[in-house]
Ligand binder design. Structure first.
Ligand code: ZN
Length: 104
């Protein structure tokens, strides 16, 4: 089971964006990476064609699971994710406050 979900608030724990935060926009489980708008930006050179204007665009690049920490929506702390079973459903819990973490 993947620790992170789309819409989770996370904090960057290493790399050039360390200390910054954001919301997960998409997840790439095979690569263990997530995409967070505004994080891990790089400059992409785009050739113009038709309506599309050419130039240099700042785009976010997916960042590794190992470089992010979940921010618990309940206690607002950086936390590790645990799991427990509720009515046969596996749910995520915050290891600090033990509350369930649900991201809608
Ligand atoms: Zn918590």
């Amino acid at each position: 089971m993947i620790k992170f979900k789309k819409g989770d608030t996370v904090k960057i724990t290493s790399g050039k964006d360390k200390g910054r935060g954001g919301k997960i926009e998409s997840i790439f489980p095979e690569e263990s990476k997530v995409l967070i708008p505004g994080i891990n930006m790089y400059k992409k050179h785009v050739k113009g064609s038709g309506e599309q204007k050419g130039g240099i665009y700042d785009l976010p690049r997916p960042i590794s699971f190992s470089k992010i920490a979940l921010v618990c929506p309940k206690c607002k702390k950086n936390t590790r994710v645990g799991f427990k079973f509720v009515d046969d459903q596996k749910v995520r819990i915050c290891k600090k406050c033990k509350k369930e973490i649900n991201t809608k």
